[in-house]
Design a protein around this ligand. Structure first.
Ligand code: ADP
Ligand code: MG
Length: 342
C-alpha cells in the first residue's frame, strides 16, 4: 500500500495502532497539538514540528532569519494551542554542504529572537548533513499553567467542544496562503498591500498569551490553525463527537487579501494553511469574558465565526451569505495527499 492511499493522518493512525496504549500518567497522547503528561508535581507539555526545504519553504522566498523564526514559531504555536507555557527547546538542523556558515547563523538569530520573546530557552539539539535540502526540526517542552498534582490542568484540547458552543478564531484567516501566493506568482506591488500578507506567511507570531488566557478563563476546546480552518475544525469535531456550522460571511479576512485575491480570499480563509491563529470553541458567556480580557490585555481581536452542533458528527457545514448550507471541502493540507483526501 502506498502513502497516498492512506494520507498523512491515515498513516499516523496506523502508526499509533502499532504502539502500546500510553501509560496512565499521560493525559494527552497522539492526536492533539501537544502531548501532556504528569511529571512530578507538574504537567509537562511537548510538541515537535519540522520544516523541510521545498516542502515547507523555498530558500529565496524569505530570509534565513525568517526560516529560523518560523521553525520556532510553528512549535510555539502548538504549545499556545494548549494554553501552556513554553520553557525549553531542542533544535535539529540538517544542512547540505553548500550552505554558508553565516546563513546558519542567521537562522539562529531568528530562532533566538522569537525564543527570547516567549522566554523559551534553546538548550540543545543535533547538527547533521542533509544532501537533499535543509531541514529544521524543533521540539518544545513546557508545562501547563498553575498545575498541581491533585487537579487536572486547565488546557485547550481538540476533544473539548460541546453543542451550543460558539466557534471563534483570533486574528485574520487566509493571510498566510495569500502571502505565499504573492511569492509564487511574483506579485510585488503595492508593498503596503503585499507586505503584511508575506509577513503573515514568513514570520507568524504564535498566539501564546492568547492561548494561556483562554485556558485560564476556562475555554476547553481549541487548536492552532496550521492546515486550514475547515480541515482543522473538522479535527475538533471528530475528536469531540460533534459537528460545526461556519457562517462564511463572518470569516475575518484581511483587507489586503480581499484586495489582491477578490475571488479566492474566502477559499484562502477556509482552506489555506499556516495561519497559526487559534481556533477555539466555548459557551457564549465565556466568549464574553474572553473579549473583555483580550481587550484589557491588548491581545488579538477575536471573531465568532460559527457554532457547534450535535450532528452531523465530524462534519463542518458552511452557511453562505445567501443562506445555502454546504459541506466544507476536504482540501486540508496533507503531506501524502492522494485519492483519500480530495
Ligand atoms: P500539528 O499540525 O498540530 O503539529 P500534526 O498534524 O503534525 O499536528 O500531528 C497530529 C498528531 O499526530 C500530533 O499529536 C502528533 O504528535 C502526532 N504525530 C504526528 N506524526 C507522528 C509520528 N510519526 N509518530 C507519532 N505521533 C505522530
Ligand atoms: Mg497544531
Amino acid at each position: 500500500m502506498k502513502l497516498t492511499d492512506v494520507g498523512e493522518f491515515g498513516l499516523i493512525d496506523r502508526l499509533s495502532g502499532i504502539l502500546p496504549p500510553p501509560p496512565e500518567d499521560v493525559l494527552v497522547s497522539i492526536g492533539d497539538d501537544a502531548a501532556v503528561w504528569r511529571w512530578g508535581s507538574k504537567w509537562a507539555v511537548a510538541t515537535t514540528d519540522t520544516m523541510v526545504e521545498n516542502v515547507h519553504f523555498r530558500r529565496h522566498f524569505g530570509t534565513w532569519y525568517d526560516l529560523g523564526w518560523k521553525s520556532m514559531a510553528v512549535n510555539l504555536s502548538d504549545i499556545a494551542a494548549t494554553g501552556a507555557i513554553a520553557d525549553y527547546a531542542l533544535v535539529t538542523i540538517g544542512l547540505p554542504t553548500d550552505v554558508e556558515v553565516e546563513s546558519v547563523g542567521e537562522i539562529y538569530h531568528g530562532m533566538a529572537d522569537i525564543s527570547r520573546q516567549f522566554a523559551t530557552a534553546i538548550v540543545g539539539g543535533d547538527t547533521v548533513s542533509s544532501p537533499l535540502g535543509i531541514i529544521v526540526s524543533v521540539t518544545v517542552l513546557g508545562q501547563a499553567q498553575d498545575a498541581n498534582e491533585e487537579a487536572l490542568p486547565r488546557l485547550l484540547r481538540r476533544s473539548g467542544a460541546r453543542p451550543g458552543d460558539r466557534v471563534c478564531v483570533t486574528g485574520h484567516l487566509g493571510s498566510s496562503a495569500a502571502g505565499l501566493e504573492t511569492l509564487l506568482r511574483g506579485i510585488d506591488t503595492p508593498p503596503t498591500v503585499v507586505d503584511p500578507l508575506r509577513q503573515a506567511h514568513l514570520r507568524p507570531v504564535p498566539r501564546m498569551k492568547e492561548g494561556q488566557t483562554l485556558a485560564a478563563l476556562g475555554v476547553q476546546a481549541g487548536m492552532d490553525i496550521s492546515d486550514g480552518l475547515a480541515g482543522d475544525l473538522q479535527k475538533i469535531c471528530q475528536q469531540s463527537g460533534v459537528g460545526a456550522r461556519i457562517w462564511v460571511d463572518s470569516l475575518p479576512i484581511h483587507s489586503a487579501t480581499r484586495e489582491v485575491f477578490p475571488t479566492r480570499c474566502t477559499d484562502f480563509a477556509l482552506y489555506g494553511g499556516e495561519d497559526y491563529e487559534l481556533l477555539f470553541c466555548a459557551p457564549e458567556a465565556i466568549i464574553e469574558a474572553v473579549r473583555t480580557s483580550f481587550t484589557a490585555k491588548g491581545l488579538a481581536q477575536i471573531s465568532v465565526i460559527g457554532e457547534i452542533i450535535a450532528d452531523p458528527v465530524g462534519e463542518v457545514l458552511l452557511i453562505t451569505p445567501d443562506g445555502l448550507e454546504t459541506r466544507a471541502g476536504s482540501q486540508s493540507y496533507d503531506h501524502f495527499a492522494g485519492k483519500q483526501s480530495k
